[in-house]
Design a protein around this ligand. Structure first.
Ligand SMILES: [Zn+2]
Length: 574
């Protein structure tokens, strides 16, 4: 058989968790057709000697809805071995959307996910109104990775109810329109329906996003519509307020999961924030209890702390203060000149005393960067690498006998690209490991495409491989690859992806197990309209293959765009 692509001499970690083995992989068209000692001729051969050949990684929690319109390669996820993503999480989506509501949608995405409005207005050719029209656009766009999407509750509510979505309970007419749109979306290939009850999700006017106005009977109806079709996942940004309120949320969610029979997913986190936070183990017991009650439920876990990130080129915690505000408006070289001036420095340090004191309000990456509290310098790290062992600003200041603000000024003067990292949740690696080890959690919560200048989660996959596999030896390579591939493919019912098997799609990543790791993030201004974002690449990934075509070689795009729209199982049935 004539092959289009032959990957020779690699070590296959096939995604099932089975032990690795040496073999060649033969690809014809978009599929793997042969595995073993291959003698067939091939159009192109890639030498994978010394490299792991694994299924391409699958990330189920991203917000790349806007970015897919302008970023062909699917960065930053693509640099970390990701070949498929699901977007439209947490109720935020660009469809359905009436033309007159486009700018409001863009501003909402800016408020919640820090996707710059100017990038969206410059980078999106807004050709759709309904959700099926949006999927058709995604299907058409040139793209180097595969994308699936949820229909988002906040978008849907705004579409059905207009401005009333932000204040009112849905009427019977509203509900009928929303149910019809959910059915239509599932039949067109939506992966499911997403929503949010998280207190961190607010509009540009600092009011709750539309999905948070909905009552539970509305969710019963909308998730129930998927139940009737026996297709679609319900993803929800959970109530993170802690204590009794969070327990009440989870109790009601279990009822919905059992009644609808649809898979339910939410983010599982360990947190010290909020009033009376529940212990991190509470969510894991909850997953087991729900399963015992007949629900099909997954927790979405990440591999490390979720951080607000600060730098001279993006946000600093002090930007809201008067003396800083004036300085921060200036061009970078001028800022640096003034930061070096003794008198200015004294004023800037003194200004810090005026910051809002820390309180029990739960802050996500958005509020932590745009409405910060006085920093806890014991929980603010000066990033020196990607190995989760950075010194705190408090430690560095004590060593230098300085005020922490002065230390931070010195660090940014010495290095424009110095980053400071404030963990928001998942501060304790042992908690993160406990969350990752639970059989009902998935390693998938990068939030890629969102919080573009506030957080950086897109390196989840390479971090799992470098930190938890190589440095901590908490998982074997086979276990970790399975978490990033087959487990996620199974949860999202991607039937022919997530394994290196004959007949499966040829989504593959070739990497050096001794070298793979995230690179240091930097702040770049490469979004449409010149807007800034955090960029993080990876080391040790030799090639990425999507639907049988090489898309990246040593981190460089080949220009090929073989990515496809991933349609949910509801489309196949229709
Ligand atoms: Zn999200």
């Amino acid at each position: 058989m004539a092959l289009d692509l032959l990957i020779r001499n690699g070590t296959i970690v096939d995604g099932s968790g089975a032990a690795r083995y040496r073999a060649d992989v033969g690809i014809a068209g978009s599929r793997i057709v042969e595995i073993g000692r291959i003698r067939s001729a091939a159009e192109r051969t890639v030498d994978a000697d010394g490299l792991i050949v694994a299924p391409g990684f699958i990330d189920g929690h991203t917000h790349m809805d806007a970015q897919v319109a302008w970023d062909r390669i699917g960065s930053c996820s693509c640099w970390h071995g990701v070949t498929s993503v699901i977007m439209g999480n947490c109720g935020f989506a660009l469809a359905p959307c009436k033309p007159e509501a486009r700018e409001w949608f863009a501003r909402c995405l800016t408020a919640v996910e820090d996707i710059p409005t100017e990038a969206m207005l410059a980078g999106i050719d807004w050709t759709w109104e309904t959700f099926p029209e949006y999927l058709a656009t995604v299907a058409r766009l040139p793209k180097a990775i595969n994308y699936g999407a949820y229909i988002g509750h906040s978008a849907l509510r705004m579409y059905a109810m207009g401005a009333r979505a932000l204040t009112e309970t849905a009427s019977e007419d509203d509900l009928a329109r929303m149910v019809a749109a959910v059915r239509e979306a599932i039949r067109a290939g939506a992966m499911g329906f997403s929503s949010s009850r998280a207190t961190t999700h607010v509009t540009p006017d600092d009011t709750p996003v539309a999905s948070r106005i909905a009552d539970w009977s509305e969710l019963d109806r909308l998730v129930g519509a998927m139940g009737e079709l026996n297709a679609g996942i319900f993803q929800v940004g959970p109530d993170i307020s802690g204590g009794e309120a969070q327990r009440a949320f989870f109790a009601r969610l279990r009822q919905l999961a059992v009644a609808s029979g649809r898979p339910v997913m939410f983010g599982t986190l360990s947190t010290r924030q909020g009033v009376a936070p529940n212990p991190w183990t509470y969510q894991l017991h909850y997953l087991d209890e729900c399963a015992a009650a007949g629900a099909r439920m997954w927790g979405q876990a990440t591999t490390r702390s979720i951080n607000a990130i600060f730098s001279l080129k993006s946000y600093l915690p002090f930007d809201v203060l008067p003396a800083w505000k004036e300085l921060r408006r200036l061009p970078l070289p001028e800022q640096k000149r003034r930061l070096a001036d003794g008198e200015t420095r004294r004023a800037l340090v003194a200004d810090e005393a005026r910051m809002k004191p820390r309180d029990h309000v739960f802050q996500g990456g958005g509020a932590a960067t745009t409405d910060p509290r006085k920093p806890d310098y014991d929980n603010l790290f000066a990033m020196k690498g990607v190995d989760w062992d950075d010194p705190t600003v408090a430690q560095l200041a004590a060593r230098r006998g300085q005020h922490p603000v002065e230390t931070m000024i010195d660090l940014v003067l010495a290095n424009d690209d110095q980053l400071f990292v404030q963990p928001l949740v998942n501060e304790d690696p042992d908690h993160v490991l406990g969350l990752l080890r639970h059989p009902r959690t998935l390693a998938t919560f990068s939030d890629s495409g969102a919080h573009v200048c506030q957080e950086m989660g897109s390196s989840l996959q390479t971090h799992l491989l470098s930190y938890w596999v190589r440095a901590r030896q908490a998982f074997t390579l086979e276990e970790a690859v399975r978490k990033l591939t087959f487990d996620n493919a199974s949860a999202w019912e991607l039937r022919d992806r997530g394994l290196v098997r004959a007949g499966y799609r040829a989504d593959l990543v070739l990497f050096d197990a001794d070298r793979v790791r995230p690179a240091m993030p930097t702040v770049e201004t490469d979004l449409p309209g010149g807007a800034r974002r955090l960029v993080q690449r990876a080391e040790g990934i030799a090639a990425t293959i999507v639907n049988g075509q090489v898309t990246l070689e040593d981190g460089k795009p080949t220009g090929r765009t073989p990515g496809e729209l991933l349609r949910g199982p509801g489309a196949a049935a229709a």
